[in-house]
Every structure is written in C-alpha cells, then in structure tokens.
Ligand binder design. Structure first.
Ligand code: ADP
Length: 432
C-alpha cells in the first residue's frame, strides 16, 4: 500500500492532469472551476473525518473507532493498533496490581506505605483492622492523626527503628501490636504491624511461672538452710567424718538461694512495663559505695582504682542502676585472678555518659561476647559456679540498661582482660 504522502501527491497530480485536459478541450474557466470544486470536496471530506476523530477522542472506546476511507482509513487503523496495544498493556498492569494486592492482603501482618511526610499512601486489609484505618477515607491523611498514641508518634519521629515498638490496640486493649518501621530508598516508609497478643500472653505466663516457682521455693529453702546451719553449729552432734557433707549442703543451698533471688529479680524487671522511677543520682557517692563493696569482695587480692567525673550525674532508678553497675564490678573481681588490676571509670564520651569497668583478668573469646547477656550463658560453667555465679547477672544488667535506654558494650581479649561499659544517652545525664 502507498504511503499517505504519495497518495495525496497522486491525487493532486491526477486532478491537475484532468484540469489541463479540460483546459485544452474546453476553456480555462471550466478547468479552474472543476479544480476548485474538487479541492473543496476533498477538503470537506477531511473536515468530516477530522470531526469524527475529535468526537471519538472525547470517549475513546476501542470498539467505536471510526473506519474511515482513503488516507483516513490508514490513520484509524494505526490508531486502532495503538489502542489495542495500550489496552493489552493496561490489562497486564491491572492483573499484576491485582495479584500484588491479593498477595499483600493475604499476609497476616498489616502493611502501610507512608509518604515522606508520614501521610498514608496505601495499606492492606489487616493494617486497616489492626490500626483502625479505612483506606477509602484515610488515604493521604497523616498517620499521626489516626494512630493517636504519643509513644507511637515519638517512635515515628525518632528516626531510629532498630527495635520494634509495642502498641496496644486502640479498641481492644487486650491486644498488643508490634510495629516495625522500615525506611525505603524513596524516602517513604513501610510500616509493618504484627499482632503479638498470643506471644505476649505466653511470655507473660512464662514470667509468672518463673516468678511463682522461685517465690514458692524460697521459703522451704530458707527452712532447709536454717536447719543445716543449726545442725552444723551443734558441736558434737555431727560426727567429724560427715561434717564435710554439711558444709557442701550449706554451699549448695546458698547457691540455690542466689539463683532464686536472681530469677525473681529478672522476672520482676521483665514484667515491669512501667518506666523506671526517674530520680537524679549522685554518681560520685554511688561509685564510692561500689568501690567499698568491691574492696570487701576482693579481700585485698586486687588493685582497684577509680576515676570519676565529679560533676556528671545520672537520671534513673537508683536501686536498679546500682544493682546493674555493681554486677559489672563484681564480675571483674570474680574473673580476675589474684594480683590483677580493676579500674572503674565514669566519664563523658561523645556527649554520652559511660560507666566502665576494666580488668586484666581472664578475658573472653570473641565468639562468646554476643551471647553473654543470654540467660544462663557462661563461658566456663565450673569457673562461674566456683565464684558463686548464677549465669543471670549480665541478663539482669542488660534488662536494667534497656529500661534506661542505655546499652552494654563489651570489649575483651582472651587472656588480656575485659572492659564492660554501660553507655547512657545525653537525655539521661545531668551535668552541674
Ligand atoms: P555469672 O553469674 O556466671 O558470672 P554473668 O551473666 O554475670 O553470669 O556473666 C556471664 C558470663 O560472662 C560469665 O559466666 C563469664 O564467663 C563471663 N564474664 C562476665 N564478666 C566477665 C569478666 N569481667 N571477665 C571475664 N569473663 C566474664
């Protein structure tokens, strides 16, 4: 088939030839008249097709595309081809979008996409029910207007999303949601909400069980320990040959008592959802107290030194922090052989207050370091037991520090010694 330009040219040539022929056999006037009328008819036909195209473009339905004739047949058939391709592409896109939406809605966690300004762009059905949203009306609204929880808002603006955030369901207060925020490369955020009510319940049952068992065991153990002590003190009642056994029994009951006390402390801290009771803590006197306790525990077997920034103080629960920090000190003494050195320091590091305990004791192999705060994780079980350890000390330390938004840093080298540091954020420090 000829190109549109050729066909238009051919028409003009043919018309001109006819008119020249008419001029020759008739007159110039007749020839010009025929030429003008033909051109007018040609123009009118184009105007009609143009009008039809304009009308179709207003509601471009594939089935209603005009057929056209001549040049316009080509134009409409090209348009038809283009529209068909477009419709197929659109259908493929729609089906991909539908598959994505069905899959996303099948995920039991709720998903919400937030814009760079934290407005809701899209969310799944589970997110709607978990966060009490309605995409049809809440789209483009700021999420802070819909999830009205001050802690959630603080978490959203904190820009620090390494840990998930626990949120109580707005209507069902029994339900707990775990919220994760993931920043996307585009500046948007993906919010994932997970219903952890069941996990929370099991966890709380586990904590209650440990607390109850420990509590129940405390009384009989105190009685047994009391009897053993009384019997041991009664001269002549116990034959010398079995006195040793009584000492061993006493040692074991003391260990059990320590274990129960630590279990109770841990479950108490774990189940405490209230933030710590914040009070200013005079660190110089607290460290001095810890130094005296350390000296008593060491019984002169170690060289203990202290370096304190006297005008630097903390805000927090004094009992909890004293228990955590003295645990680090007592560990240093227990894991440093006689003659070793222990250094306590309380300093500012990059605007953060840091309490460090450095020793030149046995040290820890790198592979153990990440696991030290796990319950009952001990590098050397028998050594821990011999020094009166329960394997729960660093777990308690970590929990207390987490409650105070602080972290535990452990640097150690096997055979060279260790440094345990509690690092407190600027918000927790007080400087005179
Ligand atoms: P434990 O009651 O056994 O001391 P912790 O939770 O306090 O339990 O500590 C866990 C383990 O970490 C210990 O068993 C020990 O192996 C190791 N550890 C803790 N502090 C030190 C230290 N200062 N030097 C060497 N090892 C340490």
């Amino acid at each position: 088939m000829l190109d549109i330009r050729w066909r238009a040219g051919l028409f003009v040539c043919a018309l001109s030839a006819i008119c020249v022929f008419l001029w020759l056999i008739s007159s110039l006037v007749t020839a010009l008249l025929v030429f003008s009328i033909s051109l007018l008819i040609y123009l009118a036909s184009h105007i009609v097709w143009l009008y039809q195209l304009h009308r179709w473009l207003k509601t471009p339905v594939l089935q209603k595309i005009p057929e056209g004739s001549g040049i316009w047949e080509d134009v409409y058939s090209a348009l038809l081809k283009y529209e068909r391709k477009n419709t197929l592409k659109q259908a493929a896109l729609n089906s991909a979008l539908e598959r994505f939406t069905i899959t996303a809605n099948a995920i039991p966690d709720g998903l919400v996409i937030l814009s760079t300004t934290n407005h809701i762009e899209w969310c799944t059905k589970h997110a709607e029910s978990q966060l009490d949203l309605d995409l049809s009306t809440d789209i483009n609204l700021p999420i802070v207007n819909l999830v009205r929880n001050s802690d959630f808002i603080a978490y959203l603006y904190s820009e620090s999303y390494r840990e998930p955030f626990k949120l109580k369901h707005s209507r069902n207060t029994e339900a707990t949601l775990e919220i994760w925020l993931i920043p996307l490369a585009t500046g948007q955020k993906l919010l994932i909400s997970r219903d952890v009510t069941q996990i929370e319940k099991v966890d709380s049952m586990r904590r209650d069980f440990i607390a109850n068992v420990s509590h129940e065991l405390r009384t009989p153990l105190t009685v047994v320990s009391g009897f053993i002590e009384t019997l041991s003190d009664m001269d002549g009642v116990i034959p010398i040959s079995i006195r040793n056994y009584f000492d061993m029994m006493q040692e074991q009951t003391t260990r059990m008592r320590r274990l129960i006390e630590d279990l109770l402390t841990l479950s108490l801290i774990e189940s405490n959802t209230q933030p710590p009771e914040d009070r200013p803590i005079e660190m110089a006197s607290l460290i001095n107290m810890m130094l005296n306790d350390a000296k008593a525990l060491s019984q002169g077997k170690h060289k203990i030194s202290v370096e304190t920034m006297s005008n630097l103080n903390l805000v927090g629960a004094v009992d909890e922090l004293q228990s955590a920090l003295s645990n680090l000190v007592s560990n240093a003494i227990r894991y440093t052989p006689e003659g070793g050195e222990i250094h306590l320091s309380w300093q500012l590091r990059n605007e953060q207050a840091v309490f460090s305990v450095r020793d030149n004791g046995i040290g820890i192999e790198q592979k153990h370091i990440d696991r030290l705060t796990e319950r009952f994780y001990r590098v050397d079980r028998s050594r821990s037991r011999k020094t009166g350890g329960t394997g729960l000390g660093l777990s308690i330390v970590k929990h207390i520090l987490t409650r105070h938004q602080a972290k535990l840093e452990i640097v150690s080298e096997l055979g060279a010694g260790s440094t345990f540091s509690a690092i407190f954020s600027k918000a927790r420090t007080l400087q005179k």
